[in-house]
Design a protein around this ligand. Structure first.
Ligand code: CA
Length: 232
């Protein structure tokens, strides 16, 4: 049986950019669907069940952040947002509402391809993890069902947040550098900005810490990186 092609939905109204993305990703063997309009994006998403979404933030119709939020309500699909240089705030908002990564325009097609590959690999790899219970009574993590409970109450993390938390909690007390976390969670070929780690850690802390400004679970190790502090 032939391997089914992985599908990527590109939500982008600028034809030139959309065509360029299509050209490069088709060359890598992916099936590409382009939607130029925010209103159509959700229907296209439901129709094609893509393995990854590339989402421009400035769109006619529905705005990219809203699309991101709506897709995240029902799916853990990797979402990569495209932003212009002056949309710094949107990028951070995008990551906080569930986007996995961002690329700033203008970008090199090679970099985009590398990011897409890394996210698809990550998403496949984490789908086949064995079941294990991590954490302690404050925070319990089931790696099989991918559920997290804080003081007994289930909390929702995005797929990437879960993978990052799981990586840290798998080795309590061990200090991970940003680069190590990028390698382990995003994949060794990831070429993005190590600061994305900080943004995602910040988002996880808002969900799992009693006081995100004085974290007790995920600690910052100054000038090095992060570690998960377990009571066990
Ligand atoms: Ca646009």
């Amino acid at each position: 049986m032939a391997m089914e092609k992985e599908t990527i939905l590109v939500i982008e109204d600028e034809t030139k950019i959309a065509d360029l993305i299509k050209l490069y990703l088709e060359r890598e063997g992916y099936s590409i669907y382009i939607v130029p309009d925010g209103e159509e994006a959700l229907n296209a998403y439901k129709e094609h069940h893509p393995d990854l979404v590339i989402l421009d933030l400035m769109l006619p119709g529905l705005d990219g952040l809203e699309i991101c939020r709506l897709i995240r309500q029902s799916s853990t699909v990797p979402i990569l947002i495209l932003t212009a240089k002056d949309e710094e705030t949107d990028k951070v908002i995008g990551l906080s509402i569930g986007a996995d990564d961002y690329i700033t325009k203008p970008f090199s097609p090679k970099e985009l391809v590398a990011r897409v590959k890394a996210h698809l690999r990550r998403s496949k790899y984490w789908q086949v993890q064995k079941e294990e219970i991590l954490g302690d009574e404050r925070l319990k993590i089931n790696t099989g069902s991918r559920q997290v409970w804080r003081n007994g109450i289930e909390i929702k993390l995005t797929a990437l947040e879960f993978d990052l938390l799981k990586t840290l909690a798998s080795s309590p007390g061990r200090v991970f550098t940003r680069e190590q976390l990028l390698d382990l969670v995003w994949g060794v070929n990831y070429v993005g900005d190590p600061r994305v780690v900080d943004v995602h850690i910040g988002n996880i802390r808002k969900k799992i810490e009693n006081d995100p400004s004085a974290p007790e679970l995920i600690k910052t190790v100054r000038d090095v990186g992060y570690k998960f502090e377990s009571l066990k």
